[in-house]
Ligand binder design. Structure first.
Ligand code: BES
Ligand code: ZN
Ligand code: ZN
Length: 504
């Protein structure tokens, strides 16, 4: 995908398709008066279909409105996408509108697309953000996962998207376009990893993808194999791995974007490449979805790529313990007691609560970096999906500062987070009679007891846990996500680190 900005008025450009994002005020009453009908003004000298669509009242600029106009100006097809009242315009509305338009363009097999709005959009918001949002929505909306179709491959692919404004200066526009493209490439990587089937995406493959990314972006990768994992005594990761025929991997990615200081941030992702539940086997209906149980790890890998490609001045280590959770003959069992790398012992009550068991070692390992904060991402509990559905990531932790920053980053990127409490009263639910902690906490507040379990392994380090079970994979397409992997976490954390690095 080629994404670019050009400092020109869209009426002077040529492409297969034009996506024109318009507010109600841009359309006015359709009469073409210079005050109201801004769009009409632009085309006043041409008797185009576009003019007719607007004048005839077919298109009003309402939110979510989309009208197709064939061959207007120098475009094969034009999609008018409404965003509603100008006063309610947000970056998110721009993303969604651009995505809706690009999807239509894709469906008519357009390859080159120009995305534009009226200049009025630029009056209230920063020019950088307008260009960035439009491109982000357009690129993410164009994402497809079609590599396994061989018989009926749908050839329609948008290959170039250009945002055009004559009144945005070229340097600002180009910078926004490049940043949006790099960010979206990282989201694409994360989505690809999540959507990949588990027979082709298992720990060794996940580690290889991480290592290849690291080589390309000059990040230091260290991939620990089973022997090294044993040597480090990562009993949690090994216990979950015992039922799988495939060996585990422990992935670390060190991105050193700020050579002037030694402050590290750690991001830790759950990397279960398939979660059958193990001996506490899941029901078969819908089990295939559990190929995405490595979405936390995928978000970590994508985030490191985004930070490195955008050259954000911050030091971040990405950590991802990875294994399958299968019920092989050697599998760990309910009733087992596992000794983790930290020395803390876990009574296994349910082998399907495996994410927290592997994260115990990932979180403990993170302490080696003496990190300023540890943030973990995990498709950890079904309970968070019950609580928050698919529109918010569950957040809990000990660093109020970090959570406030993440909340802000979430609003900005629209990868929104919502805090759950981790009151100490919940803790007795994970008390074990024979070990330091039990891996399940009963029926109530399942996401919170899972969080409290993780908390035992971060010690005194400031920490935030993001439960992305509801947001990492969508049941149906939405806005700029397809059905499947959303890539959640990448834009959120990238924005978070941008904020952190600009505030120092
Ligand atoms: N990977 C699942 C959680 C999950 C559920 C992710 C739905 C995405 C969508 C996790 O390993 C799991 O099985 N959790 C159990 C925990 C329970 C046994 C305490 C759950 O949520 O049912
Ligand atoms: Zn599970
Ligand atoms: Zn799981």
């Amino acid at each position: 995908m080629k994404a670019d900005f050009i400092q020109k008025d869209f009426t002077t450009l040529k492409a297969d398709a034009l996506v024109l994002v318009l507010t109600k005020e841009d359309i006015g009453d359709g009469s073409g008066s210079s005050k109201q009908g801004r769009l009409f003004d632009k085309f006043h000298s041409e008797k185009t279909q576009l003019e007719r669509a607007v004048k005839g009242g077919r298109f009003k600029g309402d939110k979510d409105e989309l009208v197709t106009v064939y061959s207007a100006a120098r475009y094969g097809v034009v999609f008018l996408v409404g965003t509603g009242d100008e006063s309610e315009l947000t970056n998110e509305r721009l993303r969604r509108a651009a995505a809706a338009g690009v999807r239509e363009a894709q469906s008519v097999k357009a390859a080159s697309v120009v995305v534009a709005t009226m200049d009025s959009v630029l009056e209230e918001t920063s020019h950088y953000e307008v260009v960035h949002s439009l491109l982000e929505g357009a690129i993410l909306g164009a994402y497809k996962y079609d590599r396994y179709f061989t018989l009926k491959r749908d050839a329609s692919t948008v290959t170039s998207i250009t945002v055009a404004f004559s009144s945005v200066d070229s340097a600002t526009g180009k910078k926004a376009a490049r940043d949006a493209q790099l960010t979206c490439e990282a989201v694409y990587l994360t989505r690809d990893l999540c959507n990949a089937p588990a027979n082709e995406m298992y720990p060794e493959v996940l580690a290889r993808v991480a290592a290849n990314m690291a080589r390309k972006y000059h990040v230091r990768a260290r991939i620990f194999d089973e022997k090294q994992i044993r040597k480090m005594k990562m009993g949690g990761l090994l216990a979950v791995n015992a039922g799988s025929a495939k060996p585990p991997r422990f992935i670390t990615l060190e991105y050193r974007g700020n050579a002037r200081n030694n402050t590290w941030y750690a991001i830790v992702g759950k990397g279960i490449t398939f979660d059958s539940g193990g001996i506490s086997l899941k029901p078969s209906a819908g089990m295939g979805e559990m190929k995405m149980d490595m979405s936390g790890a995928a978000a970590v890998i994508g985030t490191i790529q985004a930070l490195a490609s955008l050259k954000i001045p911050v030091n971040v280590v990405g950590i991802a313990p990875s294994t399958e959770n299968l019920p092989g003959g050697n599998a760990y069992k309910p009733g087992d007691v596992v000794t983790t790398m930290s020395g803390i012992t876990i009574e296994v009550d349910n082998t399907d609560a495996e994410g927290r068991v592997v994260l115990s070692d990932g979180l403990h390992y993170a302490k080696r970096y003496n990190p300023k904060v540890i943030i973990d991402l995990a498709t950890l509990t079904g309970a968070v999906v019950v609580a928050l559905g698919h529109h918010a990531t569950g957040m809990m932790g000990t660093s109020e500062d970090t959570m406030a920053q993440l909340k802000e980053a979430g609003e900005k990127t629209y990868e929104r987070v919502w805090q759950l409490p981790i009151f100490e009263e919940y803790e007795k639910q994970i008390k074990s009679d024979i070990a330091d902690v039990k891996n399940v906490g009963g029926r109530w507040a399942g996401s919170i007891t899972a969080g409290l379990f993780l908390k035992k392994f971060v010690g005194d380090y400031p920490w935030v846990h993001l439960d992305i079970a509801g947001t990492a994979m969508l049941e149906e397409k939405a806005d700029y996500s397809i059905k499947g992997g959303s890539g959640v976490g990448v834009r959120l954390l990238t924005q978070f680190f941008k904020q952190i690095s600009s505030q120092r």
